[in-house]
Design a protein around this ligand. Structure first.
Ligand code: SF4
Length: 799
């Protein structure tokens, strides 16, 4: 630090107290109110303030402290500046009376209020202030107030002590950021020269970061999009255009690939603090038996968490890379919950790699990633997945049989809860009505179901001291999601209930007029989440969205909530055209009512592809049943190879075992599902995969939900079939085909089997760098493929 130079630093009050005034345990048990319920509670109290009080008053105070010129900023819920003494009031919503809230939480509420009190007195020159904390219990509608009158000196001492703790950390952070910026300026691309397309992609992302814009980039497989995006982002970070990079992916494989590329940048001299956020189940040591609960069933990693957090934070900052191994090691050393430790580091990491959820899901989002004033660049990889994922994030569902099963499980130990679960189930049944099979559709949230859910959750909160029965955990999660989505229910939502969705008999005959058990599923469906996404983007400095499949760009711009004029770039393939042979095989009809007549023809054509050059192939199908039917036809026709079938529900061990077959040295013909775990995000480099056979155009099943999506787009004047079926289907096709060529040395074939691939509406959306040949019978196909394999391999294309 240069002597005499002050550094301006704006600190939101909330951030200060969250960082410096927390102590005690991690909050356990039932979560508090959802954000929207909390907001409604606030507004309710603010609507009728005491005389002389104004709502939502901005406060700020400037303090010179050591080398910093600190500006504290915040907004207090209610304020009476003219009182004698002046008074401020902060409202907190809860689901239990405040005497049942954890001490640590109450202390944090008071800390925030004290700093607000300091801000007002410091700016106004006053000597004393009345501070009031009002807890509004949403469960009962009662409010509880606690007030204290404090002098300026006491508030100043409290605030300065918190600031000293915060500034000590800021000194470390600022030192780190100075080093980072200097290193980022000198950073060189870690893999020698840019490949074709990489420079253009990096330039687009850098421009978006610098100018605060959006960009959409289709980067074919092999472009090296991850490193191009991260390199451009690192440069923007180095030049001070952004403060943080958020790298979002849909799949774990994408996150690991991003973490590898960050590691390459770090090896190249970028001292970035990068954080990989895993799912809770993956990070939790209790899942693997590595930690033991105490006699009351509490996790020791959560007890006293905030007391042990500060040194662990410093340790991780010094380490730089906060990958899974580093988080686990530091969490073990300080006996902290690794998942929560990672979340605590999120505001301080230069690069955060995480799932889409943490930014876009209203129930999972990390507010610290968007509300702390840092200018973040959002890199959204595999963004084609976000269309569907975002719909799911804003949807919710309840299943009557799940609720009834829980009600039975807890009827002895938790009779009130059991009753509340039954009440929700009955409300669902009533909402569905007596329609036996046809789904019931409504454009409003089911008020009676929502009321029953709210009452159950409020009852649960008041019984929070008792441990919940184990089977309730999943259902509880579904209930919370349902309550939150019901509160958000808007113009793009619809409610759908249908009977018998999960089987008809659960050993309980309640609620059915004919005496037989009728299962009912109630869904709050978000048909188009683009407005929610667009709203989320506003919290970030820039958004760069990319994927190997983003054609047509207009569809993705609209469905992803990007500006209508967001620049879209389609990069050329980095590979030579001779590396990939593409055939259209239109002799096949895979439409639902025709596919059974074509099983033999499909099997014969797959046999021809394999016979042309035995090796590793994957055949992709639109459904599990269809895949099995073709497998049976194939096995009846050919003795070898025996197709290796994707299991219906694939866990990690099964996924690994399936992939291992492609590395065992024996030719393998795999059958998998389009859009499934083997159709995206898997790298089958070299001879691990020499061909993909895509059976069908990948359209989503035409069920009621998909038809509602189609109607939603059609009502907005958009071609509903394109948006609900054709484009999502083509994305699956392209992803499946994209597994084949992964490097300059690979050669391979893609065979697209379906008459619709010959139609203009499909064909015009296939990649421009494909030069497909048409072929209509198996022996010609085999001959052409053999000729392809006999061609000399092309020279590597490094342009
Ligand atoms: S370690 Fe596991 S059980 Fe313990 S607090 Fe963390 S997530 Fe919960």
């Amino acid at each position: 630090m240069v002597p005499g130079v002050t550094t301006p630093l704006a600190i939101p009050v909330r951030q200060l107290v969250e960082f410096a005034c927390r102590s005690g345990d991690l909050a356990a048990g039932v979560p508090g109110p959802t954000a929207s319920a909390g907001l409604r509670g606030h507004q309710q109290l603010q609507r009728s303030p005491p005389p002389g009080y104004r709502p939502e008053v901005r406060l700020s105070a400037t303090v010179a402290l050591d080398e910093f010129q600190v500006e504290l900023k915040g907004r207090v819920d209610l304020m009476c500046a003219e009182g004698e003494p002046p008074a401020i009031e902060e409202i907190k919503t809860c689901l239990v009376p405040p005497d049942r809230l954890p001490d640590a939480q109450v202390a944090l509420h008071w800390a925030q209020l004290k700093v607000y009190g300091f801000c007002h007195l410091h700016a106004s020159g006053g000597a004393r202030i009345r501070l009031q904390l009002t807890w509004y219990d949403l469960a009962t509608g009662r409010s509880y107030a606690d007030a204290e009158e404090l002098a300026y000196d006491a508030l100043r001492d409290f605030t300065l002590a918190a600031l000293q703790r915060y500034l000590a950390w800021q000194r470390l952070m600022q030192h780190h950021r100075r080093q980072l910026r200097a290193a980022a300026g000198a950073l060189r691309f870690p893999f020698g020269a840019f490949r074709a397309g990489q420079r253009a992609m990096a330039a687009d992302i850098y421009r978006a970061a610098r100018d605060g814009g959006q960009c959409l980039i289709e980067a074919p497989t092999g472009t090296g999009k991850t490193i191009s995006a991260l390199f451009a982002a690192a440069k923007a970070l180095g030049e001070g255009h952004v403060d943080r990079i958020l790298y979002l992916t849909a799949k774990n494989s994408g996150r690991l690939a991003a973490a590898d590329m960050v590691a390459a940048l770090v090896r190249g001299g970028l001292p970035a603090g990068s954080l990989l956020i895993r799912a809770k189940a993956q990070a939790c040591p209790c899942h693997t038996g590595a930690c033991e609960r105490d006699a009351e069933g509490r996790c020791p990693r959560g007890l006293g968490f905030y007391d042990r957090l500060p040194p662990a934070r410093e340790r991780l900052l010094a380490l730089g890379t906060m990958d899974a191994a580093a988080i686990d090691a530091v969490a073990l050393e300080y006996q902290l919950c690794p998942f929560e430790l990672a979340l605590q580091m999120a505001p301080w990491a230069d690069i955060v790699i995480c799932d889409f959820n943490y930014v876009f899901d209203p129930l999972v989002e990390l507010s610290c990633l968007r509300d702390d004033g840092a200018r973040a660049l959002l890199l959204v990889d595999e963004v084609h997945n976000l269309v569907d994922r975002s719909r799911q994030m804003y949807s919710a569902q309840l299943c009557r049989s799940d609720l009834d099963a829980c009600a039975r499980a807890c009827r002895h130990d938790h009779p009130a809860l059991s009753k509340a679960l039954r009440r929700v189930a009955s409300a669902m049944l009533r909402w569905h009505g007596s329609a036996a099979t046809a789904p019931a559709i409504g454009r409003a949230a089911p008020a009676a179901v929502s009321r029953a859910v709210d009452r159950l959750l409020q009852g649960l909160a008041t019984a929070a001291d008792d441990p919940y029965p184990e089977p309730l955990t999943e259902v509880l999660r579904a209930l919370y999601r349902f309550a939150a989505i019901a509160a958000l229910f808007g113009a793009h939502h619809t409610c759908m209930a249908r009977a018998g969705a999960r089987g008809d008999s659960r050993g309980d005959s309640r609620g059915d007029s004919r005496g037989a058990y009728r299962d009912v599923e109630v869904k709050l469906l978000c048909l188009d989440a683009s407005e929610y996404l667009a709203h989320s983007y506003q919290s970030f400095q820039a958004v760069a969205a990319f994927s190997a499949t983003l054609s047509p760009a207009d569809y993705y711009r609209r469905a992803l909530g990007l500006h209508h004029d967001t620049p879209a770039r389609i990069l050329p393939s980095p590979f030579a055209p001779q590396q990939l042979g593409v055939w259209l095989y239109p002799a096949i009809d895979t439409r639902q009512h025709q596919r059974e007549h074509h099983l033999g023809a499909i099997a014969r054509a797959i046999g021809a592809v394999y016979a042309a050059r035995p090796g590793n192939y994957l055949a992709f199908f639109p459904s599990y049943r269809f895949m099995q039917q073709v497998a049976e036809a194939f096995t009846a026709m050919f003795e070898t190879p025996r197709p290796l079938l994707q299991e219906r529900a694939t866990d990690e061990a099964q996924r690994r075992a399936f992939l291992d077959q492609f590395e065992c040295g024996r030719p393998t013909l795999g059958f998998a599902i389009m859009g499934g775990v083997f159709g995206e995000g898997v790298d089958y480099a070299g001879d691990r995969l020499i061909g993909a056979i895509v059976v069908g155009v990948g359209l989503p099943a035409a069920d009621t939900e998909q038809e509602l999506i189609r109607a939603e787009y059609a009502a907005a004047g958009i071609d509903g079939f394109d948006f609900a079926y054709r484009f999502p289907g083509l994305a699956r096709v392209m992803q499946a085909a994209g597994r084949v060529i992964r490097s300059e040395r690979d050669r391979g074939v893609v065979v697209l089997m379906d008459r619709r691939f010959g139609h203009h509406q499909y064909r015009r959306h296939l990649p421009r760098y494909w030069h497909p040949r048409r072929c209509s019978d198996p022996s010609t196909l085999q001959g052409e493929l053999q000729a392809f394999w006999q061609e000399a391999p092309p020279a590597p294309n490094n342009s």
